[in-house]
Design a protein around this ligand. Structure first.
Ligand SMILES: C[S@@+](CC[C@H](N)C(=O)[O-])C[C@H]1O[C@@H](n2cnc3c(N)ncnc32)[C@H](O)[C@@H]1O
Ligand code: SF4
Length: 422
């Protein structure tokens, strides 16, 4: 299958598909002057808050996050929260100058980094900061990512009472030797225990993240991970193939020959194993790397990214997208706080998407969704490519008007996108 391998954590121009920020995410054509905003689009509006702190750095991870040792006295959770408040206020002022009134916030996603390091009170303060500047819609989805080892029953009770509605826990694997290769500091059982604690605290919506294809992982390890996930009774699973990111400790170990690179054929077989197990347990795919137990369990925030909605990304290195204008913040927490202190948005660069870029993004993201790509979104020149991917068994015309990947097509989604974009 080689270079055609497709599932996994996705990058889109200027960021990664979840809106969270990897340290290497940047755009080719950047303008370092203040972003010139355009009016809101028609889609839902969400807010992503980036928490740039981790207790230790996992060897595979290139997200924009820092340990206390790396930051020294240059930044702290307290200085970050003060700067976040300043950025949210600046963004609210910028939005108030647009022709349309600022939409109510349909979704909030606090990601990282390790948001649970802030503790329950810290996360409650983050949500208060959002509510001070913006109006949350009735029934808004409010998610926080959390690392299993920095959670407890009291933590989940506190954030539930504060208004969070959804928790996403980084489990990665149930096999101790796999967690060791990934540098994870929690025990195999802690993620499942945390998921149960979250449910007991009243969270109906709990996600567990898995990574598959780690060097040394066997089919039996993956099966044990899936058993544990299903045993935890969560309503959402994200499963990402391990990506060896340039500049990480994992990449250095692979380069030195200490660890083998993940094998594409193994990854494909593991993906099929995950999909079959989750499907038979009632969790269906709704994006190539995401499974949910029905419509109420999908992550609405992430669907907003994939459907081309508007979002404000606040915090160091976070990416925003409003009405076809994209901007990304300075990455280091100390520089970020300096920029917020100077007034305006703490953007490192911005760009206004042209029609071609918007078309490409629309195809790249919508093809990966179970709801598929409306055929009316495709240029007429793409019709022969649609015929080819359907003839090759990679996609079907669903209800006659949408292109939806088949099971095989999900493994080759990038190839389908390339074919459609010609
Ligand atoms: C960046 S973490 C942030 C949340 C939290 N700190 C954690 O570790 O779960 C979000 C998810 O990204 C995924 N991830 C990060 N780097 C990855 C990589 N190189 N390959 C595959 N998945 C990755 C992991 O599954 C992780 O749970
Ligand atoms: S805990 Fe999460 S964000 Fe932090 S280094 Fe590990 S994977 Fe990256």
């Amino acid at each position: 299958m080689g270079a055609l391998w497709s599932p996994g954590r996705r990058r889109v121009p200027g960021g990664v598909h979840t809106g969270q920020v990897s340290s290497s995410a940047a755009s080719a054509s950047t303008d370092t002057s203040a972003p010139v905003l355009r009016d809101f689009g028609a889609g839902p509006f969400g807010i992503y808050v980036h928490v740039p702190f981790c207790a230790t750095r996992c060897g595979y991870c290139d997200f924009n996050t820092y340990t206390a040792g790396e930051l020294g006295t240059s930044a702290s959770p307290q200085s970050w929260l003060a700067a976040l408040r300043g950025e949210l206020a600046a963004a609210a002022r910028e939005f108030a100058a647009l022709p349309s009134s600022t939409p109510e916030v349909a979704t909030v996603f606090v990601g990282g980094g390790t948001p649970s390091l802030l503790g329950g009170d810290g996360l409650a303060a983050v949500l208060d900061a959002v509510r001070t500047e913006f109006t949350l819609a009735a029934g808004a989805e409010v998610t926080t990512e959390s690392n299993p080892e920095s959670t407890s029953p009291e933590f989940f009770e506190r954030i539930r009472a504060a208004g969070f509605t959804r928790v996403s826990l980084g489990m990665q694997s149930a096999a101790q030797h796999v967690l060791r290769v990934l540098d994870r500091t929690h025990t195999p059982g802690r993620a499942v225990a945390a998921a149960r604690e979250a449910r007991a605290a009243g969270f109906d919506h709990v996600n567990l993240d898995l990574i598959y294809g780690t060097p040394g992982e066997r089919d039996a390890d993956l099966d044990a991970s899936l058993d544990a996930v299903l045993d935890a009774g969560v309503d959402h699973v994200s499963a990402y193939s391990l990506i060896v990111e340039d500049g990480t400790a994992l990449a250095r170990r692979v380069r030195r020959g200490e660890l083998p690179a993940p094998d594409d054929d193994v990854l494909a077989a593991r993906y099929e194993r995950i999909d079959a197990r989750l499907r038979s347990a009632g969790l269906g795919w709704y994006e190539v790397s995401n499974w949910a137990a029905g419509d109420a369990a999908v992550c609405r925030h992430n669907l907003g990214y994939w459907d081309g909605g508007d979002w404000l990304g606040a915090g160091p290195g976070a990416h925003s997208h409003v009405g076809g204008v994209r901007w990304w913040n300075v990455k280091h927490p100390a520089r970020y706080a300096d920029r917020v202190g100077a007034g305006g948005l703490p953007a490192a660069g911005w760009e206004a998407l042209g029609a071609d870029e918007r078309y490409m993004e629309r195809i790249m993201l919508a093809v990966r969704l179970r709801s598929g790509l409306p055929l009316t979104d495709l240029a007429s020149s793409a019709v022969p490519a649609v015929d080819r991917v359907v003839a090759d068994g990679l996609a079907v015309r669903s209800d006659g008007d949408r292109l939806v990947l088949t099971d095989r097509g999900r493994l080759l989604a990038d190839g389908v996108v390339r074919e459609l974009l010609g």
